[in-house]
Design a protein around this ligand. Structure first.
Ligand SMILES: CC/C=C\C/C=C\C/C=C\C/C=C\CCC(=O)SCCNC(=O)CCNC(=O)[C@H](O)C(C)(C)COP(=O)(O)OP(=O)(O)OC[C@H]1O[C@@H](n2cnc3c(N)ncnc32)[C@H](O)[C@@H]1OP(=O)(O)O
Ligand SMILES: Cc1cc2nc3c(=O)[nH]c(=O)nc-3n(C[C@H](O)[C@H](O)[C@H](O)COP(=O)(O)OP(=O)(O)OC[C@H]3O[C@@H](n4cnc5c(N)ncnc54)[C@H](O)[C@@H]3O)c2cc1C
Length: 647
């Protein structure tokens, strides 16, 4: 590939952009200094020859992939320690390097230490006493031990009250006896459990003095610290009394049980990871849309006008309609995720001082935002893949693997439908409170005002769209609530009525979440616009408007059902959508440039900064071992005899 050549289309795109992409980069990073720090940090890892790929790991066996990943994870860990020693990395950077976008670029096939940082350490911090934290955290932090989070069993992942592993307290020896007596009680799925971790937080049913006290977390050693040989399996394994994490519920040495202020505090790590997932889903989407946008600016095909040359595929309005909403969705999830992160930190410090009031609202928001962000990011990444035609299907495009990582988020840390039903539980109570004139928490305040009006007159503004989406959400909440109560009045018991209404409950939850995202995104942009250049402010506003209009148009049926919108209003919305696509078109490449994702993180010949798509694609396929020899052995072994036998 000729050095330092830049694709001509991308050059032109960059000249057309109305704002300086650097300004967007600084905004997203939190300032120029932060951008510089991030770039230095990325360089520190990505320029390390031991971490850069000589050949794509796609061609390795499963075993080789694992060994390769462990090797790299260890190098990364040492480098993070070096940064820490220089005061250049904190917990947040740890997550970025080991679990986030940078980590997933270095450790393309998964991070064997991911769960150690994302769940093992946070569980000890959130569920351990001060003494337990003192004992375990520094060991874990310095990687003297490697942990995982072992909750899910072969038989139960969602319904954790149904876990079968037991931990029975024996006061005579001051130990817990852990047991997984059936096939379905075997711990199944925990990341790193098979070969990497030597300790785990094991979630088990606590028994003491003959009484079951529900699930609690225990630290269990899995492998010998020296030989790494597995400890005896989960049959009557004894662990010391102080290996139960006792910040919340406790067992005293005599076996008496001291209840937690809320049994749901045991579920705290799950809230933390759900909050983290919102940001991670957004970042993966931003990578996919960078690839697809740059590719669409470079790729020419077909005709808009027969007389004109083949256009960039980005000029097809249907292509813009595939990609620009994904750009906007990134920002929507980014700002909603930032909002949720702040709420999480505030509520967590309230919990520390014994205030539990805001925990249900945090749980309800974390559940629906995790579900919607994982689903929308996965769908958006798949749309980006489709937008790249055949080349998007290639593994080296990075789009299939990115989709694989994000679609897993739909399932793990609470399966999406299940989480949306948790939010629905909260919404049903909120609606009842609304009917009873009881106070409502901030995120459901809108139910009160929306209840009084069927809808305002259309005007071309995001606040009108927010009000419409809130009307849809309130309408769906009211419908589900009414249908469920009608069933109960007809004699259906409340659990069956819940199940029978659950399609509407899930839809209500999604609508509530979408209204929340649009409002949070809009409020964030309103706050930002006065502090940035007029050009960037305009671009950010257009994206926010696009997210709002496009989301509403995807819900036309609901809009017609729950508001007094007219068909003329819908035509106006469609025109607005098309105007926004046209307005965003000249800035599309500038926006993804503003994301400032290093080429090594993009890891796709379709999406590199220089736009040399075809040269890079060719170089990529040349790496396949299959292409090393002109004739593969299988020809002589199988094909040739078959061809001969036909003669
Ligand atoms: C982010 C990754 C980045 C990098 C990492 C790198 C590599 C790793 C890669 C991948 C792996 C990463 C992570 C995945 C790890 C996992 O998946 S760990 C396992 C996670 N498992 C789950 O999430 C299980 C889901 N199930 C549940 O949460 C619960 O069982 C349930 C909520 C569905 C139901 O629980 P129940 O006890 O039965 O509750 P209920 O009867 O329905 O409700 C009772 C009341 O409790 C409230 N509540 C429920 N949960 C919480 C909570 N977390 N906090 C606060 N309150 C909660 C609920 O609202 C009810 O309240 P009421 O007032 O209505 O009674
Ligand atoms: C990549 C990956 C990594 C993981 N890492 C870990 C880990 O490190 N540690 C760990 O402990 N676990 C881990 N898990 C397990 C994960 O948390 C569970 O798979 C997840 O919580 C879903 O539970 P399940 O598999 O039991 O699904 P199920 O609950 O069996 O879901 C199957 C179907 O049943 C439906 N369903 C279930 N219950 C209800 C309900 N109440 N109402 C309506 N529908 C319902 C679901 O919507 C879904 O459609 C991981 C999973 C994956 C895929």
């Amino acid at each position: 590939m000729p050095a330092n050549t830049m694709n001509e289309d991308l050059k032109r795109e960059r000249q057309r952009c109305s704002f300086d992409p650097k300004e967007l980069t600084y905004l997203l990073d939190g300032g120029e200094e932060k951008t510089e720090e991030r770039r230095q940090r990325e360089k520190f890892f990505l320029d390390d020859p031991e971490l850069s790929e000589t050949a794509p790991s796609d061609y390795l066996s499963h075993k080789e992939k694992y060994e390769h990943a462990v090797k790299k994870a260890c190098i990364v860990f040492k480098k993070v320690q070096q940064l820490q020693a220089q005061g250049k990395a904190g917990m947040q950077n740890f997550r970025e390097v080991l679990g986030g976008q940078l980590g997933s670029a270095i450790l393309r096939d998964g991070n064997p230490l991911g769960l150690h940082y994302v769940m093992f350490i946070p569980t000890i911090m959130g569920q351990g006493t001060i003494e337990q934290q003192a004992e375990w955290i520094s060991k874990a932090w310095n990687l003297e031990i490697i942990g995982t989070y072992a909750q899910t069993e072969l038989g139960h992942g969602t319904f954790i009250r149904g876990l079968e592993t037991t931990a029975t307290y024996d006061p005579a020896t001051e130990e817990f006896v852990l047991n997984s007596p059936t096939l379905t009680s075997y711990k199944w799925w925990p990341g790193g459990l098979g070969h990497t971790a030597n300790y785990a937080v094991v979630v088990a049913q606590l028994y003491s003095q003959g009484i079951c006290h529900g699930i609690h977390p225990f630290i269990v050693q899995l492998r010998d610290e020296e030989t790494h040989l597995p400890m005896p399996g989960f049959e009557n394994v004894r662990i010391p009394w102080n290996y139960m994490l006792m910040k919340n519920g406790k067992v005293l040495k005599d076996g008496s049980y001291v209840k937690s202020p809320s049994s749901k505090l045991t579920y705290g790590t799950m809230i933390f990871v759900r909050v983290v997932i919102v940001q991670d889903a957004a970042n993966y989407l931003r990578k996919a849309v960078t690839i697809a946008t740059r590719y669409s600016a470079v790729r020419h095909q077909s005709h808009i006008k027969e007389s004109a040359p083949e256009p960039q595929i980005l000029d097809f309005v249907t292509q813009q309609h595939k990609l620009f909403p994904q750009l906007a969705t990134y920002f929507a999830l980014h700002y909603s995720g930032a909002w949720l992160w702040d709420m999480y930190n505030n509520v967590t410090s309230e919990l520390e001082s014994g205030e539990l009031d805001r925990l249900p609202e945090l749980h309800a928001l974390a559940c629906c935002l995790k579900a919607v962000s994982a689903a929308d990011a996965a769908q958006g990444i798949e749309t980006c893949r489709l937008a790249c035609g055949g080349h998007g299907y290639m593994s080296c495009s990075s789009l299939p693997i990115t989709y694989g990582l994000v679609t897993a988020m739909v399932t793990y840390e609470g399966e999406n439908t299940v989480l949306l039903l948790q939010t629905a539980r909260y919404l049903m109570k909120a609606w009842q409170n609304c009917l009873d004139g009881q106070p409502l928490t901030p995120s459901v305040q809108y139910l009160n005002s929306v209840r009084r009006s069927f809808g305002g007159v259309y005007h071309k503004s995001v606040p009108w769209i927010i009000a419409s989406m809130q009307r849809i959400a309130a309408g769906k909440i009211e419908t589900a609530h009414r249908h469920m109560n009608d069933k109960i009045k007809r004699g259906v018991n409340s659990e069956d009525a819940w199940n029978e209404t659950s399609i509407e409950l899930v839809a209500a939850s999604e609508a509530h979440c979408k209204a929340f995202i649009v409002e949070t995104y809009y409020n964030s942009v309103q706050q930002i616009v006065p502090s940035v250049s007029q050009q960037l402010g305009k671009a950010l506003t257009e994206l926010c408007e696009l997210y709002a209009v496009n989301t509403l148009l995807k819900n036309i049926g609901d809009l017609l059902r729950y508001s007094n919108v007219t068909t003329g209003d819908l035509e106006n919305l469609q025109r607005w959508l098309e105007e926004l696509l046209a307005a965003i078109r000249p800035n599309a490449v500038g926006i993804v440039d503003g994301f400032d994702i290093n080429d090594a993180i993009i890891a796709s010949p379709l999406g590199a900064y220089d736009g040399n798509v075809y040269e890079r694609l060719f170089a990529e396929v040349s790496k396949s071992p299959l292409n090393a020899k002109p004739v593969n052995e299988s020809f002589h072994k199988y094909l040739k005899p078959l061809l001969k036998s036909k003669m």
